[in-house]
Ligand binder design. Structure first.
Ligand code: ACO
Length: 327
């Protein structure tokens, strides 16, 4: 058993096209003022026509491989967290394996929505510590613009497209993984979901006419869940590792809504300026949100060496969880 896994490199990719609040004002009955005060989101990115989740994942993965200083042939496993796979079959991770030119290594998707990256990091951590894999690529990638209803003002303002990736391996990389913890409560499954396209409601003329292949969201209920789950996940991680607020160099929360992060910060003893934010530029990119933020936080000097970094996620399922790194 290897003592610890660590992050060896990070990378992210955002499609070029920007959708501003002014653009959304032309599509639905909304305003920049409403979106800014209720969400903190200024703009989000949109994949080009034909650009798929695996395409975004490959871009972020190449950057993470370069940052780690290893090649695709060095990978022993590929995990892609996504709720917007290129297709229901095969797993997007298999497409990423092929496009990267990786060896025939185990490649699979994890469906835990916005918690997907933390779930996947936890799996990679265990494979590496058991000795079953040495270098694992963990990607969070989503093209939410393909499942967002641009006639529904309650959801279309929230989401964007993007991808983020890390390369994990044994030993002392850039950040040791100290802890992961995962949770789920399926009783909340229909608070945030895509009703059709699965075995419960296969695609039909009626499901398409009923716009049932788009994300449906009970906004207020998810908001309350998000605040409680995120705060509890951070509190639990700090208690389990016996960390004091002074130990925490940074919190990288799922980037969904500035009011969720403000409410979490009010409930916890960690200084507000330790919460990394980029949701104003990208909106909620689901599984990509935390790895994009991690890559940006690492790149801009937000993460102090020797300090603890808490990744805190929530998403549909309902799912939530945390990971603690020592940078
Ligand atoms: N522009 C203008 N008005 C709007 C808009 C909009 N884009 N969207 C909703 N409204 C209206 C509503 O119709 C409602 O009007 P009414 O009072 O006349 O009925 C009013 O604004 C208030 O609506 P609420 O839903 O109560 O607004 P709230 O303050 O709760 O904000 C929001 C809505 C932003 C969706 C919030 O609830 C939220 O962020 N929830 C969490 C969403 C989330 O994070 N989801 C993703 C989590 S998991 C994952 O990442 C995939």
């Amino acid at each position: 058993m290897i003592a610890r896994s660590s992050i060896l490199g990070t990378g992210s990719y955002l499609p070029e096209k920007r959708i501003t609040n002014a653009d959304l004002e032309r599509m639905v009955d909304t305003s920049d003022e409403w979106i800014m005060t209720r969400t903190g989101i200024r703009e989000r990115r949109m994949a080009a026509p034909g650009q798929t989740t695996s395409d975004l994942a490959v871009e972020a993965s190449r950057r993470a491989l370069a940052s780690a200083g290893i090649g695709a042939k060095d990978l022993d496993m590929i995990i892609v967290a996504t709720l917007t796979p290129d297709a229901l079959l095969p797993a997007t991770a298999c497409l990423v394996q092929h496009k990267l030119g990786a060896r025939f290594v185990g490649s699979f998707d994890v469906v835990a929505a916005c918690s997907g990256f933390v779930y996947s990091l936890s799996i990679a951590d265990l494979f590496i510590r058991s000795g079953a894999a040495r270098h694992v690529l963990v990607v969070g990638a989503d093209v939410l613009s393909r499942v967002v209803d641009y006639t529904d003002r309650g959801t279309c303002v929230l989401f964007g497209d993007g991808s983020g990736a890390v390369i994990m391996g044994p030993g002392n990389g850039r950040a040791e993984v100290l802890y992961t913890k995962l949770h789920a409560d399926g009783s909340g499954a229909q608070k945030l979901y895509i009703p059709a396209g699965g075995s419960a409601l296969p695609a039909s003329r009626e499901t398409v006419d009923g716009r049932m292949h788009f994300i449906k969201l009970a906004g207020r209920e998810i908001f309350r869940f998000a605040v409680t789950a995120t705060a509890e996940a951070i509190r639990e991680a700090m208690a389990d590792l016996m960390l004091s607020p002074a130990d925490i160099g940074a919190v990288i929360p799922h980037q969904a809504n500035i009011r969720i992060i403000d409410s979490v910060a009010e409930r916890l003893p960690i200084a507000r300026d330790r919460y990394f934010l980029n949701l104003d530029r990208y909106g909620n990119t689901s599984a990509a949100s935390i790895p994009i933020a991690l890559d940006e936080a690492a790149g801009c000097g937000f993460l102090n060496p020797g300090k603890h970094v808490i990744l805190a996620a929530f998403g549909e399922g309902l799912t939530w969880g945390s990971a603690v790194l020592r940078w």
